[in-house]
Write a protein that binds this ligand. Structure first.
Ligand code: ADP
Ligand code: ASP
Ligand code: MG
Length: 407
């Protein structure tokens, strides 16, 4: 039996915590071949980003990846040492050594393939293999560079390895008991969900529920890997992310509330309302590999329209650089940038066949005096853009209105 386990940053935040986690792993290694994926210790990644930004306003992306990948390399080596100290054979590997090949996109590379040979050899030698999360290497061996998979990407490393090794279990250990109906740090009576579909988890993660990296969920769905999310410090049942169960129909059609404060809104004021304008505008961020969300175009007047859209704060500088020349070229009147907003979303596959959820959501926000700036929907999600300072109030109000504490 092969088990892939991932331990997040707070679960390996000190040498004491590493030693405690090593004990759990060694116990598991008595009954299975274990691959462990670790994140960087505690706030290491944030601290390294601050150091880089103290030296230059926009750090070079290649050097940034090389720097950030060391956080996970350190924790993986320490974890291997802690296991060896317990008498458990262990070896640590960087992402590249573990055969994780990615595209050459710094800072958010996608995994192209995994060559599992070294991993299998090390497992067959009786080792627990500790892989540095959140990183890979580009393909060209003589010109290879270290890449990272994006913030929170160690989850993706774990699910990708589980798929590549055809593992029997994929377990993501973190600092909460599982996936909750909302961030338990914001909603005290949020309830742990026992089973959630890939689709719902993908929407939750995509809209800010950072307990899972959304690309990890995507890979789980693609390769049919059931993912357990559970607490690294407690032996309590977690949440299983798996295929939609038809029996799930009877439950609350809304499964959870997600929120995201990592939002920058761009508004392009008064651009010509003509065919090809939106195509030109959105080509620029797409070329720069920037995800664009909540796109709104208002009704045109005098042949011009305003188009607004959001990007993640981390992409702000890059997006601005990509968009400004197009805004000039299209002779737009202005480019407005707003970093005081947040997104709040309700998610649930049951909403697909039940009308009235948008109405209920908007009423709930209205009764809290929260203004909705724009709205975006999918079949199973409704997202509202609101003022950032009201986001916690919004999450709590929606959790209550949709009776999620009763799940
Ligand atoms: P790790 O370091 O283990 O990867 P993260 O900090 O990335 O952990 O993710 C865990 C955190 O996600 C929790 O501490 C919690 O505050 C937050 N979170 C946000 N939404 C949810 C949710 N719906 N369920 C559980 N946790 C959530
Ligand atoms: N250390 C990285 C981060 O903080 C990756 C991860 O923890 O998953 O984003
Ligand atoms: Mg995480």
């Amino acid at each position: 039996m092969i088990v892939v386990q991932k331990y997040g940053g707070s679960s390996v935040g000190s040498t004491e915590k590493i030693a405690a986690v090593a004990k759990r792993i060694a116990g598991r290694a008595k009954e299975a071949q274990v691959v462990v994926v670790v994140s960087a210790m505690g706030d290491t990644t944030d601290e390294m980003i601050s150091m880089a930004k103290a030296l230059c306003a926009v750090p070079d992306e290649r050097e940034m990846d090389k720097l950030l990948s060391t956080g996970e390399q350190a924790s993986s080596a320490l974890m291997a040492m802690a296991l060896q100290e317990l008498g458990q054979k262990a070896v640590s590997l960087t992402g590249g050594q573990a055969g994780i090949i990615t595209e050459r996109i710094q800072g958010r590379a996608r995994i192209l393939k995994i060559d599992g040979k070294r991993l299998k050899d090390e497992l067959n030698k009786g080792n627990v293999v500790v892989v540095a999360g959140f990183q890979g290497i580009t393909e060209n061996a003589s010109w290879a560079d270290i890449t990272t998979l994006g913030r929170g990407g160690s989850d993706t490393t774990a699910v990708a390895l589980a798929a590549a090794l055809n593992a029997d279990k994929c377990e993501i250990y973190t600092d909460v008991d599982g996936v909750f109906t909302a961030d338990p740090r914001i909603v005290p009576d949020a309830v742990k969900i026992d089973t959630i579909s890939y689709e719902e988890m993908l929407e939750m993660a995509g809209q800010g529920a950072r307990v899972m990296h959304s690309r990890a969920v995507e890979l789980g769905q693609l390769y049919d890997v059931d993912i357990l999310v559970a607490n690294s410090a407690k032996a309590v049942p977690g949440t299983i992310i798996t295929k939609e169960d038809p029996k799930m129909e009877v439950r609350n059609p809304v499964r959870g509330i997600a929120h995201d404060t990592d939002v920058t809104r761009f508004t392009v004021v008064a651009i010509p309302d003509q065919p090809g304008v939106a195509a030109k505008l959105f080509h620029a961020p797409a070329q720069a590999n920037i995800n664009v969300d909540v796109i709104v175009q208002n009704v045109s007047s005098e042949g011009c329209a305003d188009i607004s859209f959001t990007v993640a704060d981390v992409d702000f500088e890059k997006a601005k650089k990509a968009i400004e020349p197009v805004v000039d070229e299209l002779h737009a009147k202005d480019l407005l940038i707003d970093q005081t907003l947040a997104k709040v979303s309700i998610v649930g596959s049951g909403m697909r066949s039940n009308p009235g959820y948008a109405d209920k959501m908007f009423q709930a926000l209205a009764s809290e005096g929260i203004n909705i700036l724009s709205i975006a929907t999918s079949e199973i999600r409704i997202t509202c853009l609101i003022e950032r300072e009201k986001v916690k109030q919004a999450v709590r109000a929606l959790h209550k209105v949709f009776e999620l504490e009763k799940v």
